[in-house]
Design a protein around this ligand. Structure first.
Ligand code: SF4
Ligand code: SF4
Ligand code: SF4
Length: 334
């Protein structure tokens, strides 16, 4: 009965079967890597359709949190940078009806914008770096800062924190290289912005962990390092001086002029878009046309509000009021 183990054919069969199993194993593992079907979650799919400006206008801290909120039942029309194109794509993906953009969250920009730091006015306080969601600003404490143009998503988040108001938002001219038909403005750089946003989130989490560890370690010392205290007081002094400078009438007026220019630019763009639609003979009942009219109206209201806050607007003085009264009296002969 055990003679079979001593026959050559037995060993040949065994070797053949073993080799077949090993080769099949290799082929299957290679195929499982190469032909792997990526399972993308619903949040990822929605996030991929958002423009990745990371501006927070939707009331969430970035595009991914908004994507998460949509999955949990929030509406799809809160993203001004994405505009109607993004709403339509989201509606298509989710199999629901496309609605109009909710303009209370902001007006879509006609062109791509980027931040520009007037470097000679920068005091190096790093507040803009902390506000930038995609790490598009370079600089260190007490040193001039600058914006990496191709990384900037034009989200405007660095404008308000700047204590000396030395950041401008510039509108970029469209070129053949970045022209696209009816797509959100930043769609081409969306992938980069998404990666930078995620990388920054991870980095900030790590920094927070390290800070905690340092705090625990330094709690054993009674006083802070002298150099640290000195550096801290220099920055505080610079911020104080900047705040004083910012509240001066000249700086206030310069800021007012920049806001007016920015607002006029927005009105101009909104009007251009409306004219384009008129040329293309869009019906006044068309959603796009209605949106363009609403955008012009919003931009006009915003401009009027800014212009009315002119810090150099001369209020009627007592004398001019008296003159008016005398003129009235002369006219009526009383
Ligand atoms: S681009 Fe801005 S408004 Fe749109 S989803 Fe992203 S963070 Fe929200
Ligand atoms: S530089 Fe300013 S505008 Fe540009 S992405 Fe950063 S925060 Fe936004
Ligand atoms: S917030 Fe303004 S002053 Fe401070 S570093 Fe940035 S650009 Fe310079």
């Amino acid at each position: 009965m055990y003679d079979i183990f001593f026959q050559q054919t037995f060993y040949l069969t065994l070797i053949t079967i073993t080799s077949f199993c090993i080769i099949s194993g290799f082929i299957l593992s290679y195929a499982s890597i190469k032909l792997k079907v990526e399972v993308i979650s619903a949040v990822e799919q929605i996030d991929n359709l958002l423009p990745q400006t990371q501006c927070g206008q939707c009331s969430y801290s970035g595009c991914k949190p908004y994507a998460q909120a949509i999955v949990e039942g929030d509406v799809i029309n809160k993203c001004p940078p994405g505009g109607q194109t993004t709403i339509n794509s989201l509606a298509n993906l989710l199999g629901i009806e496309a609605v109009n953009l909710d303009m209370s969250y902001g007006i879509p920009k006609e062109r791509k914008t980027v931040a520009f730091i007037r470097e000679d006015e920068c005091i190096g306080c790093t507040k803009c770096i902390q506000a930038c969601p995609v790490d598009a600003i370079l600089g260190a404490a007490k040193q001039m800062h600058t914006v990496i143009e191709k990384e900037c998503t034009g989200c405007d988040l660095c404008i308000d924190p700047c204590p000396v108001d030395c950041i401008d938002i510039l509108t970029l001219e469209e070129s053949l290289l970045d022209w696209s038909w009816d797509q959100p403005l930043s769609i081409k750089s969306a992938d980069i912005a998404k990666k930078r946003f995620e990388y920054q989130k991870e980095r900030r989490n790590n920094e927070a962990d390290q800070k905690k560890l340092l705090q625990i370690a330094s709690s054993n010392f009674e006083s802070k390092d002298d150099k640290f205290v000195q550096a801290e007081s220099i920055i505080q002094e610079a911020i104080k001086q900047a705040a004083e400078k910012k509240s001066s009438p000249e700086v206030g007026y310069a800021r007012f002029l920049r806001q007016v220019a920015r607002s006029k630019d927005q009105l101009l763009n909104a009007n251009k878009k409306l004219k384009k639609l008129k040329k293309l003979e869009f019906s006044s009942n068309d959603d796009k046309y209605k949106q363009a009219i609403a955008a012009v109206e919003d931009a006009r209201i915003r401009l009027a509000a800014i212009e009315s806050s002119n810090p150099r607007k001369t209020k009627p003085t007592d004398r001019s009021e008296k003159n008016e009264e005398t003129q009235k009296k002369n006219k009526t002969g009383v």
